[in-house]
Design a protein around this ligand. Structure first.
Ligand SMILES: NC(=O)c1ccc[n+]([C@@H]2O[C@H](COP(=O)([O-])OP(=O)(O)OC[C@H]3O[C@@H](n4cnc5c(N)ncnc54)[C@H](O)[C@@H]3O)[C@@H](O)[C@H]2O)c1
Length: 285
């Protein structure tokens, strides 16, 4: 097995949503443990400036960029600036994402549109801006898109989010095929990241509902915040994802319960069973 440091060390990593949670963990690990130059892109200017300062203090190379992945031109500028100032991109992580709680019929239209815009359009904008540049470079490179355990499950009161993570998984699987079809299979590596539970701010910053069943929406938020105690440290998650990527896995998973969810999904489809309400740790309270 090739060590992650051999593949990624010395390269440039661009991480969207790097200001918190999984993105910040990936940036810390890539910069400090693998010796990558990290481009920290986020709408939260203060968060990425603070992370850049922290990483530079530790002797790592980092650049902070304010970039809203909803804006295709902003993502194009991010790609152009990265390649011009730092050179070829070794790793692109389309990580920025937001959550939404509540019944689908109560979900504010603006929240739905924001979620689709960040979670789905943002990934597409990253692919559109960076892939042509990565394909044109002779060196190997990697594209990671953040799906989720939610990309292989159905769960009530998070339908918008779950839909977006199924979409990201589908985009990533098709992109993997397209890169191979275009003759770049051994050159540009496309991988789907499916975290299970990793400590982050995603549930705090999630949208809720204004009218309708606010109690159901906030009850689901509370239930998800309740499992935070079980969540993995983002640095540990980063180490796992980099090791799996270096081993050539397509599905990068943080915890074994993600594998259980994948198997359950396959079984449900194979037997054409209707969706049932989740039970156990992720059950709706
Ligand atoms: N934390 C988990 O357990 C978990 C599980 C499965 C999947 N994920 C996925 O991992 C990714 C990261 O989530 P997290 O849990 O670390 O969340 P987080 O809320 O801690 O961090 C997300 C970051 O994205 C940034 N962001 C939001 N909108 C943006 C935009 N339009 N443009 C640029 N940046 C933007 C935020 O400012 C924040 O810094 C998401 O795609 C999420 O769906 C997380």
């Amino acid at each position: 097995m090739t060590a992650a440091k051999d593949l990624f060390g010395g390269g440039v990593a661009v991480i969207t949503g790097a200001g918190a949670g999984i993105g910040a963990g990936l940036a810390r690990y890539a910069a400090s443990e693998l010796g990558m130059t990290v481009v920290l892109a986020d709408v939260d200017a203060a968060a990425v400036a603070a992370l850049r300062a922290e990483l530079e203090e530790g002797g790592a190379r980092a650049v902070d960029v304010v970039c809203d992945v909803r804006d295709p031109q902003a993502v194009e500028r991010l790609a152009e600036r990265t390649v011009t100032e730092l050179g070829p991109v070794r790793l692109l992580v389309n990580n920025a994402g937001v959550e939404q709680f509540g019944y689908l019929w109560d979900t504010p239209v603006g929240n739905w549109e924001r979620l689709v815009s960040v979670n789905v359009n943002g990934v597409f904008h990253g692919i559109r801006a960076f892939l042509p540049r990565m394909l044109a470079e002779p060196g190997r490179s990697w594209v990671w898109n953040l799906s989720s355990v939610g990309g292989v499950t159905a769960a009530p009161l998070q339908a918008a989010y779950i839909m977006s993570k199924h979409a990201v998984l589908a985009i990533t699987e098709c992109l993997h095929q397209e890169v191979e079809l275009a003759g770049h299979g051994g050159h540009v590596h496309v991988q789907a990241v499916l975290p299970g539970a990793v400590a982050s701010n995603i549930f705090e910053s999630a949208g809720g509902v204004e009218d309708g069943d606010t109690a159901a929406a906030e009850g689901q938020r509370a239930a998800m915040l309740g499992i935070k105690a079980l969540a993995m440290d983002p640095l540990e998650a980063a180490r796992i994802f980099f090791d799996q990527a270096a081993a050539g896995e397509f599905y990068l998973t943080s915890q074994s319960f993600v594998h259980d969810a994948m198997a359950a999904r396959a079984d449900t489809l194979a037997h054409r069973r209707p969706p049932v309400l989740p039970v156990g740790e992720f059950a709706v309270e």
